[in-house]
Design a protein around this ligand. Structure first.
Ligand code: AGP
Length: 608
């Protein structure tokens, strides 16, 4: 997690603050800035400012003070080492104030390095692992100020570190930024009169005409004149960086999350555009290095993902199993048993919105090392995972800023459905019906989102609860899991999700008078058993909130019924999830939560 940004050029600090604002989704517990105003002065201390809270809190503290700076680096933090305090916020500076560092990642051999720097007479002011780096560099560099000497000293320091990092350092008397990358992303962007470094390419849209991605192990001195790189891989190559930055702007909506829920019809349309034929007979997900015939001959497909993406992957497994014979399973990236399921003639697909999730990148790397094919299904164009896989399919959901993933979940499910159709034999009897259903989906979603649904009476049932239980069967058991995760994540209500059949094996013990049970029971083959579950819960005092698209004989057992539009049973998850994302949103708003920036989370999870 954490975002780092830096600029060399006019008004470097102001540009850096803007870069940090655009990276804030990577971590938002504190932020900081370091800048130099005259790079010829070896004695000039690096000016710094740090603030607990959002980048806007840092901007208020900076209050125009850094105007006319010529080099700046900044950081937006998601704490790993040390609490959320101003002292632990980056940048960290040497005791003489002549150099400052920002860092994204984790240094694993901290205790060893700590005793070493203590012996050399340095002492730590923060609880972070990052501060070590600046003391080590201070010792290695001494008074030297040439790019060659700086690179050499920096290389020595980096050689001592174990773990993962993207690091940027500025040193008084030097006109460039020292950077290093290993296991955390770092990109360099160039324009006519400035050069920037950034955790991802997003903030560089609109300001940098070309970008170059550093590889793991790279160390560089970045100045306006040139970029000196020490690299074990190929030379650094700049490529055109085209596209627009679309700002985090909720428009007429109160939050990004509700805007993104309402983006879904358009996002879904973009996911299927050019991938299903107008006559409804054909669907194809191109972009994979294997064609459909080769895909069908695989021994197995593994989907690796985390959080919401994992629930979309579980749904995808259902679709693939139903439409094809290829063995498939979804795994939590951090638990991926590559030894048993990787290897030759397997394909491992990372399913990820950000394309930066470290657990997922690690799982994909392990699959590749084991000799299998790898691909990605990803939203962020040119993200680390998309580039690592080098093939796969994009979600085309548009930027998703709210930490709570909504439209990306829907598009992941849609793209996995397209993958299932790609794997299916052309004469599969279900194909035409499913394709037609997909084509109708954006309009159905739009109609639903435009209907007036009053969530407040349903929120009343949840607002004072200690917990909520979500149940569903078949594909909708994954919708129960996703809905529970979302409510927990943004409303901070402990939520438990179970397939309906498991209720009697334990979770039913939680039910007492008034316990909210959210039951997802569309018109499908699981419906009769869901009815039985609803009766069981209601007879123990639960307030059942039923999500269904059919007339039901258990209505009298339910405290509230949320009606969704009728759909093909196979596609009902796309409809069931919408009111549940909305319900989580409305509950979080009622509870006064920070909907788009829930506590302790970040949009991009780049630590393991
Ligand atoms: C979703 O609401 C969560 N914020 C989280 O579970 C997320 O889906 C997970 O961290 C995976 O992220 P990714 O899709 O970017 O890989």
């Amino acid at each position: 997690m954490c975002g780092i940004f830096g600029t060399i050029g006019d008004d470097a600090a102001m540009r850096t603050l803007e870069g940090l604002r655009r990276l804030e989704y990577r971590g938002y517990d504190s932020a900081g800035l370091a800048a130099l105003f005259d790079t010829s002065d070896k004695e000039a201390r690096v000016e710094t400012e740090r603030a607990v809270g959002y980048v806007s809190d840092l901007v208020s503290k900076v209050n125009g003070r850094f105007k006319n700076s010529v080099i700046a680096i900044g950081h937006t933090r998601w704490a790993t080492h040390g609490g959320v305090t101003e002292v632990n916020a980056h940048p960290h500076s040497s005791a003489d104030g002549l150099m400052s560092v920002v860092h994204n990642g984790i240094i694993e051999n901290t205790s060893e390095l700590l005793s070493e720097i203590n012996e050399s007479g340095y002492s730590m002011t923060s609880e972070t692992d990052t501060e070590l780096i600046v003391h080590l560099l201070h010792e290695a560099l001494g008074e030297q100020r040439t790019p060659e000497a700086a690179l050499e000293a920096f290389q020595t320091v980096i050689g001592r570190l174990e773990g993962a990092w993207a690091i940027a350092v500025i040193v008084s008397g030097m006109d460039g930024i020292l950077v290093a990358k290993n296991g955390a992303p770092l990109v360099i962007g160039r324009c006519e009169n400035c050069i920037s470094i950034s955790s991802d390419p997003l903030p560089l849209y609109g300001s940098c005409s070309e970008v170059a991605y550093l590889d793991d192990g790279d160390i560089a001195y970045v100045s306006q004149q040139k970029v000196d790189v020490i690299s074990e891989s190929a030379d650094l190559t700049f490529a055109p960086h085209q596209g627009d930055y679309s700002p985090e702007d909720p428009g007429i909506f109160a939050h990004m999350m509700i805007k993104e829920i309402h983006d879904q019809p358009t996002a879904f349309q973009n996911a299927i555009a050019g991938r299903v034929s107008a006559d409804g007979t054909n669907a194809m997900l191109s972009g994979f290095e294997l064609d459909s015939r080769e895909l069908r001959k695989l021994d197995r497909i593994n989907l690796v993902a985390c959080g919401t993406a994992f629930f979309a992957a579980k749904l995808g497994v259902r679709y693939i199993r139903r439409l094809s014979d290829v063995p498939v399973e979804a795994y939590l990236s951090s638990e991926f048993p590559v030894e048993s399921v990787g290897g030759k003639n397997t394909l491992t697909i990372a399913v990820t919105q950000s394309g930066e999730t470290k657990d997922t990148l690690d799982a994909l790397t392990r699959a590749k090392v084991a000799g299998g094919h790898v691909s990605s299904i990803c939203n962020v164009i040119d993200s680390t995972i998309a580039r690592f896989a080098g093939n796969g399919a994009y979600l085309y959901a548009g930027p998703e800023y709210s930490v709570a993933s909504t439209k990306a979940f829907t598009n992941m499910s849609a793209v996995l459905m397209l993958l299932a159709l790609t794997l299916s034999e052309p004469d599969n009897v279900e194909r035409a019906r499913v394709i037609r259903g997909l084509r109708e989906m954006p309009q159905r979603m739009s109609n639903y989102l435009h209907s007036e649904i009053d969530f407040e009476p349903i929120v009343d049932l949840l607002v004072d609860s200690k917990t909520a239980l979500f149940i569903g069967r078949g594909p909708n058991s994954h919708i129960a899991s996703e809905a529970a995760l979302k409510m927990m994540e943004i409303a901070y209500l402990p939520c438990i999700a179970y397939p309906g059949g498991e209720l009697k094996h334990g979770p039913i013990a939680l039910i007492e008078e008034g316990t909210p049970v959210i039951a997802i029971a569309p018109d499908d083959s699981h419906y009769p058993k869901m009815e039985a579950n609803i009766r069981e819960c209601a007879s123990r005092g639960a307030n059942v909130i039923l999500v269904t698209n059919r007339e039901t004989s258990v209505e009298d057992y339910c405290a509230r019924v949320i009606r969704t539009p009728p759909t093909d049973p196979f596609l009902s998850p796309f409809m069931s999830i919408m009111p549940l994302h909305l319900l989580a949103y409305h509950l979080a708003v009622r509870l006064g939560r920070n909907v788009d920036r829930p506590r302790n989370l970040a949009k991009s999870v780049t630590v393991v």
